[in-house]
Ligand binder design. Structure first.
Ligand code: 1HN
Length: 346
């Protein structure tokens, strides 16, 4: 579609209607309705070693309690100042050091944690406490009370993913703090996994939440699933071996607004090119390799984080067996009939 010509008469008209809070669609239409996604979001990689060093500095400047959450925000270079890693998602790295208490609060934004480093720090959600280790995927559903603590002798770092920009878009944010720093624990550790993690469901389900009743998907199980499936040697050309975390009650994604995935790329595997409309955040948890996004190549190792914008061609290459965690807004796009993917004929 061609841009509309400017004339003095037209310019005068635009100026006149501008004062009445009106504008001409024919001047903006091409930016609104693009033939394909045109995101301001840019590809980027953050080295975990750099983030850890900055977090340790931050640890000397502010406590978890004063900060509420000691998080460094991963700002997409094309979206600076907006606390966004993609157009629809927030990501940050959180540090919880021995003795820290990140006080209880709740909000309408849903959150995920993907543990990067440390062992045995705890998060409490809705009356249940779970100890975390690297590779664990932990969910904080919308409006559930949550607080974090660390009674071990080593710091813990995790990736936080939240649907903040989506909630912002809908002007639907609610949040509150608690008088108590830590919520009352009313359930034994492992309660949700024991009830829902074994292919058994209550015969008369009364739950109304759209979020999975399992709130810690431990890496030991995730890794076992990948290792077993690996033996069948059925690799997907674009993804290697890719699984989605699912809600056992519905078979849908584990969270209503954020899709979460784990994928294994075996040693020497190079994926066929792939693109999709869901801008995606990746965290390497094991291995070493590189990912080409558009014209750029990013080298990653354990704990490194990178972002792939909507509709950019991606290929991954693994030097050794490698595991990538990822998350995107795919559940929302699919429910709205907006999701598209292109396997480049693979
Ligand atoms: C939050 O509540 C957490 O609970 C982490 O750990 C990151 C980023 C923005 C807003 C709230 C948490 C957050 C957050």
């Amino acid at each position: 579609m061609e841009a509309v010509q400017k004339t003095p008469e037209r310019e005068a008209f635009y100026k006149k209607i501008d004062g009445q809070n009106l504008s001409a669609l024919w001047n903006v239409m091409n930016d609104l309705i693009t033939p394909e996604p045109k995101s301001a979001c840019r590809p980027h990689l953050w080295k975990f070693d750099d983030i850890r060093a900055y977090m340790n500095e931050a640890g000397k400047l502010i406590t978890a309690k004063e900060a509420e959450r000691r998080v460094l925000v991963l700002e997409n270079p094309g979206l600076r100042g907006q606390s966004k890693i993609t157009t629809s998602l927030f990501a940050g790295v959180q540090m919880v050091v021995p003795g820290d208490i990140a006080p209880a609060h709740r909000h309408s934004q849903s959150a995920l944690r993907f543990v990067l480093e440390g062992k045995g720090a705890a998060t409490a959600v809705d009356g249940e406490r779970t100890l975390m280790e690297p590779g664990d995927f932990v969910i904080t559903p919308s409006m559930t009370w949550h607080d974090h603590s660390n009674e071990t002798s080593e710091p813990m770092f995790w990736l936080d993913g939240l649907d903040i920009p989506m909630v912002q878009f809908f002007d639907a944010s609610f949040a509150e703090g608690s008088k108590e720093d830590q919520q009352q624990i009313s359930k034994p550790a492992g309660d949700s996994f024991a009830r829902y993690g074994h292919n058994l469901l209550p015969v008369d389900t009364k739950r109304t939440s759209k979020t999975s009743p399992i709130f810690n998907y431990p890496y030991s199980h995730t890794r076992e699933a990948l290792e077993q499936a690996k033996n069948s040697n059925e690799w997907d050309a674009c993804h290697g071996l890719k699984l989605k975390f699912s809600n056992p009650e519905t078979g849908d994604f584990a969270m209503p607004t954020i899709g979460t995935f784990i994928q294994l790329l075996p040693k020497g595997f190079k994926t066929a090119r792939y693109r999709s409309t869901d801008g995606t955040v990746f965290a390497a948890i094991e291995g070493k390799g590189r990912t080409r996004i558009g014209e750029q190549t990013f080298e990653w190792g354990p704990r490194d984080l990178f972002v792939v914008p909507s509709w950019q061609w991606v290929t991954h290459e693994a030097d050794v067996d490698s595991v990538l965690f990822s998350f995107s807004d795919r559940p929302v796009q699919q429910k709205l009939d907006l999701f598209r993917e292109d396997r480049g004929n693979a």
